[in-house]
Ligand binder design. Sequence first.
Ligand SMILES: [Mn+2]
Length: 238
Amino acid sequence: MADKKPIIALTPSYYKDSQAQAVYMRYVKAIERAGGVPLVIPMTADEGIQAQVAALCDGALFTGGDDIHPSYYGCCLHEHCGELTPLRDEYEFVFGKHFLATDKPFLAICRGIQFINVFYGGTLYQDLPAEYNRDSVHRQERPYNVPYHSVSLVKDGKIAALCGMDTLQVNSMHHQSIKKIGVGLVLEGVSPDGVIEAVAATDRPYGVAVQWHPEHLAEVGDEASLALFQSFVDSCKK
Ligand SMILES: [Mn+2]
């Protein structure tokens, strides 16, 4: 079965009103387009189930979503911290514990980079204007498939190599970001106002995390975004 497609676990968000777990179709399409099998994982904190899910997938895409409760990085709740979803925090950290114990590839987007950073022991700004710089507004208006700010990529970094560029034009729909980078992660890119926008993991062949949303930009053919998804899914075949 040499041409079997790699199975990519997608982490869903929780929608309280309908008690539903779901992911945006853009993530599904981006993985499908790159040649992977997008598999939305169950929202349960059951250790045995998540261990099995982690074992069956070839890679994981940590998607965007609500803010992570700051207790996960040892901080008190700031008044400008955003919407929290305890159910998502709980299942994602259990899945993460099992999945990230392997050296399987991951791609992490928006909340995803924040989750990865917290998992690796880092911290977050709970609100950029309140805790970092009041002029650092990283929330653009719709449409989200147009760039909002640039990201300077670290020279000789993983993303610079994957995309073949030293600067990217990205969208921005976040109000939190990495404060202290977790152990085992390295800086990959920063915005003009100094916000950490990308990191990579050093404990596996492929572990890339970005603060922007390449799934929106991939829809309009942005080459760097397509390259991110393609390189990620390709790395999951190995
Ligand atoms: Mn940004």
